[in-house]
Structure formats: structure tokens, C-alpha cells
Design a protein around this ligand. Structure first.
Ligand SMILES: *Cc1c(COP(=O)(O)O)cnc(C)c1O
Length: 841
């Protein structure tokens, strides 16, 4: 028989009551003073419970709490933090709510519902929305077993362990309805409904709602849908994505929230677009077309994947199994429904692609760095077959990191002192970082050394603990207590182990690397960490390789692999290393953010010109491996880039680090550190990023949604009618004649006048935009770096024919070209290619 459970709350003295609320708000993870309040109560227990304030309050002895409640110093500190906390909450906006959906969120180690970069980015996004008082809620899944914990066995093999967590230890509370019973939403699966609980995590002023199918009434298998992040087979992945997308939108409705904007952080949540359409359709009695017209402008899709293999694809039979009733409720045929997720709507074999669904149902889309925007436009060109690559409506907003979360205390103290408070509150302000140059070298160096020491100390403890756990012999355990050198140049490499990231590149020539790390005068040490995806055999092999290299005589104690890379380890590593290394194969790294975290802490970054580094790197502020070339032969590329990396280390990095003045300070190194902070910190932070999302997408999307919805959704219905009308008539639209008003050659600064006769058939000039699309001709005979000018109607020639006129400015010399471009046009279209219909003349 199941045991009857009851719950015992810790007894918190009245004066310490604020601690309970602070413990449940992840705000502590970026206001370090809050963390200190816990730590000061009992440092050992704080460590033991993994810096989890909530759990800590259950475990700290009552005497400790009683003593603190009598200690005026402690109470004064608590009051200060409490006041700041309450100030922080002043006037959060509530209009135009944004719902941010993601399969993972990395907010703090105590809530392990993330796997890597995508989740950390989502976590940083929420924290920043909170700082900026942007009205946003997060929606995700609450994985009872989180993401796997990595253990490395004696053979270097990665073992995946899924602990089963207790939610009461996590900073989450179950959402309850007004009658006190748990809020529950339902999603229909074949033959049964699946019930979903909703939990809530507080992230400063932002709420994160997390869905959980572990409901006693559910079928046993359904209770496990949300047990593991990225665990299980394809069908389970589909089930999770249905819960996230469809369940997520229903949960918001259950909470009486009506977002004006939905942000899809990667394609996992794309079913939300369908459910949003379905709800609008039902609520306002619209057909699918009008509901789609109303919904799409409020959807923003951020893609993170520059390779097709990274995208979820579901075979049609699985879609049939889960969606047959659903697409009928949308008023769609099977064919129409499946076409929404197909690159080629007419290919009946094609699987259902979540990124395609997201692109087709989101008016706004972006990649996560400049280079990735370019890659994404190339990758998704087939969705807009008539549109040239550079015009594909996928923009770019480069990722950034949440500054207060990632900067170590010694560096933070320096910044507070020399830069003032703005670097925390508004790191996107360039002025905030200007004074970095004023920081005295000696103090900067001391802060750097402190952070490195903290990392080494942590590693020693961690390795000692692991060895004891494995039952290692006392000699080994003794050795590890002094492993690594707290004064040596320390290089960090930590990220998901995937082939394109080439974690083994530094081992390309073993002897050369042995020589580099073995120099007794100028010691170098390298710290590795990273999990391989459970299904990625190649990634696991790379883990094994690095572990094996680290055991070789020439690398022992100089190269280490740390198991179980997570936020806690990431924080210590980016704070403690001198050099952060990345060497992905361009252009496969969409952005990468760990280097940004390291740079903020005064590490120097070395990377191939991929992701953010391609747009960021400046001479004298870190190093670039190669110049962004892409070779067709990957092994040739590896050889070249390994060699370039070795030379950088041998000729630049190591000499610069060890060139010391009489006080032992590496002046020139620190100059680069300051350059690097000053150049990158104001840009590659999440405040700049979220502000860009707000300006480019959130605000216009919310405005558009309101406009389309006003007066009984009048505009949405009109647009649906318009779309239908142009789809029928488009075949008749023709560019009949183009006349140039001047003979070639023209002189720079002159203009080329154009007269264009267009036949619009049943359409009128109010329905279309006629443009000249012009630019320099490239060697492929294509128009490069094109610009557009809008041509104006000058004459109605009768019978649906119109004369359009305009001029092309000739700003550059050389061979230029132009084409006439006609697109359907409505003022409420977010971009010119919104209908997908294009005519080139
Ligand atoms: C920042 C971070 C990442 C992402 O790093 P990349 O450079 O994008 O690979 C992954 N995992 C953890 C734990 C992180 O903190």
C-alpha cells in the first residue's frame, strides 16, 4: 500500500521570513548578496545542499536561524537585500504580454531543466526581461529527472545517470486554481486525454510556467512524458512537443493570461502556433485562414540550428496518430495540415519538420548571429522559392549573456568600484564600460588570480571527491589535492561534445602539444568538460579520447577532463581560466555564448571565425584562428587550423602571458584583457539582445496583433480575403514592358529613370507594390547587395494596365543590374514576401 504523505515546513523565525520568499525567487542567482545571506547562516550545509536556498532552509538547524534572528548585523543585511528586492519589483508592466516558449531553461543549477546553450540562453532571456521590466512569461516542461548527469567510467566511457528529483526541493510551486485545487490542463492523445499539472518558478519579476504530466490519473506511460529532457525515442519527443506547444497555450489560458506575442525559442514548441490559431478560431468564430492571419503576426521564431540534422522531423504516420482529430478541429484536410510542416508542400513522402512549421506560421524569424542569419537564409530559401537568398525574411539577433549572472565576485567588485552600477543594470550602455581602462593593472591581475585560484580549488575538491567515490587508492587521492598549478596559464574548453566543435583539435599533433604544456618555465594547463548527447556516438567517442589523452604521461596533471559539465562548473570555468578556446567548423556554430561569459571575466578568447566571433573579433582583443575560410576537405581544414592554433599559442598567447614587469604583472596581457572587455561586453550581453527582440519583434508584433484583432478581427478577416483574392489572380499579373530613360554608360551620381508597364489583371495598384531591385552584378551574373526602390503609378492605361515610374540611383561604378519586382502588398504585412507570391520582370 502506498504510504500516506504529509508535509512538514521548517520553522522560520518571524524576522527571517523574507528568506523564504527570497529562496523561492531565482533572483538570488544574480543578486549575489542574497546568496550570501544563506551562506552566512551555515557554509557547510550551504555547500552540502548544492547552493540550493530552498533546500537549505529545510536543512539548516533551528538554532542557527534563531541566532541569526537575534543578530543585528545579519538583520541589517537582510533588510538591505529585502529593500533592494522590493525596489526591483516596482512598476512591472502588464500590457501586451509576451509568452516565451522553450524546451529548456537554464536559470540556476538548482533547477536542472536545461542541457546546454539553448537553455542557458532562455534562462538569461528571462532574467533580462525581468531586469528590463518587459512583461514576459516563460513556458517550458518540468522534467522530473532533468537532463542526464555525466559519469566517466575507468575506460573513459560516458555513463548517463538520471536522478529522480523531488520537486519540493526545487524553487517551484504548483499553480492552484481559485478553489485551491491544482490547476490542470488536458491534451488529447489517441484514446485518452493526458492531464498536465502546471508549476511556477519565480525569476525576479518574470514567471516561468512548467508543465508536468506526472499526474496520478494519467496512464502510467503518460506520467513519464515529461520525465527526461531530450531522453527517449522519436514518439516521446513528439509527445513532449505536443505537451509543450499545445499544453503550454492551454495552460496560459487556464491562468487567464492572453499573450499578444509568442516567442518560439527553437522549433520544439512550434505546435503552439497551431493551438493559438485553434483558440482564436473558436473564440472569434473565424475560419482557419482568418485565424492564421490574426495569429501569425504575433509569432516570433528564433532558429538556432545551422544544420538540417539538428531539426525535429516526424514521419507522417506519427503525425496521423496524434493529429488526425486535431487538424479536423482546425478545419484542415490531412494534406493541408501536413503541408504546413513540409519544405515542399506537394511531396507526400516528406516528414513533418518543426522548423518549417514554425517558419510558415511565424511572421517574424531570426538566426542568432550575423553569420547564422546568413546561413539560415540559405538553409530555408525553399520556403520562399521565388525570393533571392539575401531577401529571405529571416533576420539576425546575436545572442548575449546575462552579465550579473556570469561575472565572478572579484571581477564584479572591481567593476562596481571603477565602473559604477550601470554595468549591472544596463550593460548595453557603451559608456558603462569605458572606465575599464582606468582599472589599475595590479588590481585587475589580483582579481584574475583570485578567480583562477577559486577554479583550481574547486577542481581539486571535485576530483578528490570523485576519486574517493570510485574507491581510488590513497596515493592517487593525495596527488589530486595538488593537481594543477594556480599560477599557470589556464586554458578552458567546455561545451557539448559534438564532432563539429572539434574538442580534439588541440591534440592534432600530440608532440607539439606535449611541448607546449610541458614547458617548466612557462607552464600551460588545459581544462576540458562537456557532455555528449546520449544518442551521439561520435560525441561520446570524443569524450573518451580526451579522457584517454589526459591520462597519458606527458599530459597528466596538465590536461584534465572534468565530468558533468553544468552551470555551476561553467560559471567557475569561465571565471577562472585565462584563455577560453573554441574551434568549431565554420559555419556550424550558430552563435556560442560561453566565450562571451569568459570575456566578461577578463579571459581572452581564441576561436575560429564562427558564430558571434565572426562579427565580434577585433585585433588586439583575443585571437582568431584562420580568416573564416571554408575548405571542402575537412581533414585539410583540421590540419591547417590546428597548426594555426599552435602557432598562436606558441608565438603570441604564451609569451604575452609570461611577459611580466618587476611586480610580476603581465602588462601587455592585461591591456588585451581591457580591450576585450571594452570591445565585447557592451554588445554581447543579453540586455542588448532582449532590447533588440523588443524593438524589432515584440513591440511591432503586439501592435500588429492588436490592430488585426480590433473591431471584431476586421483586419484579420480582410487580410485573409485579400490573400485568397491575390492567390487566384496572381497568375495574370505581368510585367509587359520596361523602358530606360537614359542610355548607358551612366556616370556615378546620375540616375537611371525607368518606365514600366504592368498588367495587373483583376488586381489594382492598391493591391501590389512594384519595385526595382538593383545592385552590382557579381561574377555569377546575379545581383549582389541589392537595394530596392518603389516605383509609382503614373498612368492608368485601362484594362488593368498601369504605367509605373521611378529612378535607380547610380552610387557605384561598374556593371550594375536590375530586375522589376512585383509583390502583393498590404500595409499590415510584416515584410514584402509575406504571401510568398512574387513576380519578377
Ligand atoms: C554557456 C553554456 C553553454 C553554451 O556554451 P556554448 O559556447 O554555446 O557551447 C552550455 N552549457 C553550459 C552549462 C553553459 O553555461
Amino acid at each position: 500500500m502506498a504510504a500516506h504523505t504529509f508535509f512538514v515546513q521548517p520553522r522560520i523565525p518571524e524576522k527571517l521570513k523574507p528568506l523564504e520568499l527570497l529562496a523561492l525567487d531565482l533572483y538570488w542567482s544574480w543578486l549575489k548578496e542574497t546568496e550570501e545571506l544563506f551562506l552566512r547562516l551555515d557554509e557547510d550545509i550551504w555547500e552540502e545542499c548544492g547552493h540550493n536556498p530552498n533546500l537549505f532552509l529545510y536543512q539548516v538547524p533551528e538554532e542557527r536561524l534563531a541566532a541569526a534572528s537575534q543578530d543585528p548585523h545579519y538583520l541589517a543585511r537582510l533588510e538591505k537585500v529585502w529593500r533592494e528586492y522590493q525596489d526591483y519589483f516596482r512598476s512591472p508592466a502588464t500590457e501586451n504580454l509576451i509568452a516565451y516558449f522553450s524546451a529548456e531553461f537554464g536559470l540556476a543549477q538548482v533547477l536542472p531543466i536545461y542541457a546546454g546553450g539553448l537553455g542557458i540562453l532562455a534562462g538569461d532571456h528571462l532574467k533580462t526581461a525581468s531586469d528590463l521590466k518587459i512583461p514576459l512569461v516563460g513556458v517550458g516542461l518540468l522534467y522530473r529527472q532533468g537532463y542526464f548527469r555525466q559519469k566517466i567510467d575507468g575506460l573513459g566511457e560516458q555513463r548517463e545517470i538520471y536522478p529522480r528529483y523531488d520537486f519540493y526541493e526545487w524553487p517551484v510551486v504548483r499553480v492552484r486554481g481559485s478553489d485551491g485545487s491544482p490547476l490542470m490542463v488536458e491534451v488529447d492523445f489517441p484514446d485518452r486525454p493526458v492531464k498536465v499539472y502546471v508549476w511556477e518558478a519565480q525569476v525576479g519579476s518574470v514567471k516561468l510556467y512548467l508543465l508536468d504530466t506526472d499526474v496520478p490519473e494519467n496512464w502510467e506511460a503518460d506520467r513519464n512524458i515529461t520525465d527526461q529532457l531530450y531522453g527517449g525515442d522519436l514518439e516521446k519527443r513528439l509527445q513532449q512537443e505536443i505537451i509543450l506547444g499545445i499544453g503550454g497555450v492551454r495552460a496560459l489560458k487556464g491562468l487567464n493570461l492572453e499573450p499578444h506575442v509568442y516567442h518560439l525559442n527553437e522549433g520544439h514548441s512550434a505546435f503552439l502556433a497551431l493551438e493559438h490559431i485553434r483558440q482564436l478560431k473558436e473564440t472569434y468564430n473565424l475560419d482557419f485562414a482568418a485565424a492564421r492571419e490574426l495569429a501569425s503576426p504575433s509569432h516570433i521564431f528564433t532558429t538556432h540550428t545551422p544544420v538540417p540534422a539538428g531539426i525535429d522531423l516526424f514521419p507522417p504516420y506519427l503525425m496521423d496518430k496524434y493529429f488526425t482529430e486535431y487538424y479536423q478541429s482546425l478545419g484542415l484536410s490531412r494534406q493541408e495540415f501536413l503541408a504546413l510542416g513540409r519544405k515542399d508542400p506537394n511531396n507526400h513522402q516528406e516528414p513533418f519538420n518543426m522548423a518549417v512549421l514554425a517558419l510558415r506560421l511565424s511572421a517574424w524569424a531570426n538566426g542568432v548571429s550575423r553569420l547564422h542569419g546568413y546561413t539560415a537564409r540559405k538553409m530555408w530559401q525553399m520556403i520562399w522559392p521565388e525570393v533571392p537568398e539575401e531577401e529571405i525574411p529571416i533576420g539576425a539577433i546575436t545572442n548575449g549573456v546575462h552579465v550579473p549572472t556570469w561575472v565572478g565576485s572579484p571581477m564584479a567588485a572591481l567593476f562596481d568600484h571603477y565602473l559604477g552600477i550601470t554595468w549591472r543594470t544596463n550593460p548595453a550602455d557603451k559608456e558603462a564600460w569605458r572606465a575599464v581602462k582606468e582599472v589599475p593593472d595590479i588590481e585587475l591581475w589580483q582579481a584574475r588570480e583570485k578567480q583562477r585560484e577559486a577554479l583550481i580549488k574547486f577542481i581539486r575538491k571535485k576530483m578528490e571527491y570523485n576519486l574517493k567515490e570510485q574507491g581510488a587508492n590513497p596515493k592517487e587521492i593525495e596527488e589530486v589535492k595538488t593537481i594543477l598549478n594556480p599560477r599557470a596559464l589556464t586554458i578552458g574548453f567546455a561545451r557539448r561534445f559534438a564532432a563539429y566543435k572539434r574538442p580534439d583539435l588541440l591534440f592534432y599533433e600530440l608532440e607539439r602539444l606535449a611541448h607546449i604544456v610541458g614547458d617548466p618555465e612557462r607552464p600551460v594547463q588545459i581544462i576540458y568538460a562537456g557532455k555528449a548527447h546520449p544518442q551521439d556516438e561520435e560525441g561520446k567517442k570524443l569524450v573518451r579520447q580526451i579522457v584517454t589523452y589526459a591520462q597519458k604521461e606527458e599530459f597528466r596533471g596538465r590536461v584534465v577532463f572534468l565530468e558533468d559539465y553544468d552551470m555551476e562548473l561553467a560559471r567557475l570555468m569561465v571565471q577562472g581560466v585565462d584563455v577560453w578556446l573554441a574551434n568549431p567548423r565554420r559555419p556550424l556554430e550558430a552563435c556560442s555564448t560561453s566565450g562571451m561569459k569568459a570575456v566578461l571575466n577578463g579571459a581572452l578568447y581564441i576561436s575560429t571565425l564562427d558564430g558571434w566571433w565572426d562579427e565580434a573579433w577585433e585585433m588586439g582583443a583575443g585571437w582568431a584562428i584562420g580568416q573564416g575560410e571554408v575548405y571542402t576537405d575537412p581533414s585539410y581544414q583540421d590540419a591547417l587550423e590546428a597548426s594555426s592554433l599552435y602557432s598562436l599559442l606558441e608565438k603570441e598567447v604564451i609569451p604575452l602571458f609570461y611577459e611580466r614587469d618587476e611586480q610580476g604583472i603581465p602588462k601587455k596581457w592585461l591591456e588585451q584583457v581591457k580591450n576585450s572587455i571594452k570591445a565585447y561586453a557592451p554588445i554581447f550581453n543579453s540586455h542588448r539582445m532582449v532590447e533588440e527582440y523588443a524593438k524589432q519583434f515584440y513591440f511591432p508584433a503586439a501592435r500588429l496583433f492588436s490592430r488585426l484583432k480590433a473591431n471584431d478581427q476586421q483586419r484579420a478577416r480582410e487580410l485573409a480575403g485579400f490573400r485568397k483574392r491575390v492567390e487566384i489572380s496572381w497568375g495574370k499579373v505581368q510585367v509587359e514592358e520596361v523602358k530606360e530613360g537614359k542610355d548607358s554608360p551612366l556616370i556615378v551620381g546620375e540616375e537611371l529613370p525607368l518606365q514600366v508597364r504592368v498588367s495587373l489583371g483583376a488586381l489594382t495598384p492598391r493591391d501590389v507594390k512594384v519595385m526595382a531591385y538593383y545592385g552590382k552584378m557579381d561574377s555569377w551574373g546575379e545581383i549582389g547587395e541589392a537595394e530596392k526602390v518603389v516605383l509609382k503609378v503614373s498612368q492608368d492605361l485601362g484594362e488593368g494596365r498601369y504605367l509605373y515610374e521611378g529612378t535607380i540611383p547610380c552610387r557605384q561604378s561598374g556593371r550594375q543590374g536590375y530586375k522589376i519586382l512585383v509583390v502583393p502588398y498590404q500595409e499590415d504585412f510584416p515584410h514584402p514576401y509575406y504571401t510568398g507570391l512574387v513576380l519578377w520582370g
